[in-house]
Design a protein around this ligand. Structure first.
Ligand code: UGY
Ligand code: MN
Length: 268
């Protein structure tokens, strides 16, 4: 598997400005070309780290989640990355070696490594490798429901989870699900969606759930509200509630994206 990882840096002064970010009421597109040094943020509690904050709760944009690309240099890390009470997270590694200590248990996550970090869990991270490590960190305030125990933290890998084919698509559309969709303990899903070349999301899905959608591999054409937008590995799409969405996968290889979705709670 290949996972796009931003490199930062600046384009040469002679380059044309071809990457266009789009911001509308219904969606935002942050193309990979704008993931430059000048737009990075430092994070409290982290050493030798920079991040690209792709989404966070902002009135009129999203209400449920934040999403960051975090890059840690060798020797850097954080003793207590999650500093807000009641916030759960998913970490998905795209490159390098990330050491994670989760409730006292050590793990090493490489490209494809995935951790669900339940709200209130003690965890720390460090780059124990020789090069930089880069990962997505998606966070949400966990919404507890009376009578439903909160989910437990876990560690897995993209490579170890069998994608589930969408019925009737002959394998053209599949989803790697890291939690059981019927498990109401979970109020967010972070899945990987895979379309084979020519595969399509064949209707304009329109739903209350928000999305953060980061293209890990390949290219496609995405319908966002009234627009068709070409996207490729490294591009991020942020879809507000009820933004109509559909897509075609462009090929020649698979079109894969990391998909955040708030689930199982939209009743208040
Ligand atoms: O589950 C979903 O909402 C998914 N089918 N949406 C998407 O891939 N844009
Ligand atoms: Mn959707």
């Amino acid at each position: 598997m290949n996972y796009f990882t931003p490199q930062g840096g600046l384009p040469a002064q002679t380059e044309l400005l071809t990457d266009r970010a789009i911001v509308t009421e219904a969606y935002t597109v942050i193309p990979k070309g704008v993931l430059r040094d000048i737009v990075t943020s430092n994070l409290p509690g982290f050493t030798a780290t920079r991040s690209w904050i792709l989404a966070r709760p902002i009135a009129g944009f999203a209400t449920t989640f934040s999403q960051l690309i975090v890059e840690i240099a060798p020797g850097g890390g954080a003793e207590r990355p999650e500093q807000e009470a009641g916030v759960e997270g998913v970490v998905f590694v795209t490159s390098g070696e990330l050491s994670l200590v989760l409730e006292g248990e050590p793990h090493v996550l490489q490209a494809g490594g995935y951790a669900y970090l339940a709200a209130g869990t003690a965890w720390s991270i460090a780059n124990a490798g020789v090069g930089a490590t880069s990962f997505h960190w998606i966070r949400k305030a966990y919404e507890r429901v009376d009578g439903i125990p909160a989910p437990a933290s876990f560690v897995t890998r993209d490579q170890d989870v069998e994608p589930r084919e969408m019925p009737g698509t002959n394998g053209a559309w599949a989803t790697t699900r890291f939690v059981d969709p019927d498990d109401l303990a979970h109020d967010m899903h972070v899945n990987i969606v895979t379309f084979q070349p020519g595969g399509t999301l064949p209707f304009a899905e329109t739903h209350v759930m928000e999305h953060g959608l980061f293209v890990l591999e390949g290219k496609g054409v995405y319908r966002l509200n009234d627009d068709w937008v070409e996207v490729e590995a490294g591009d991020f799409m942020w879809l507000r509630a009820f933004c109509p969405q559909a897509c075609y996968a462009g090929g020649p290889g698979p079109f894969r994206y990391l998909l955040y979705k708030d689930v199982n709670r939209q009743i208040r």
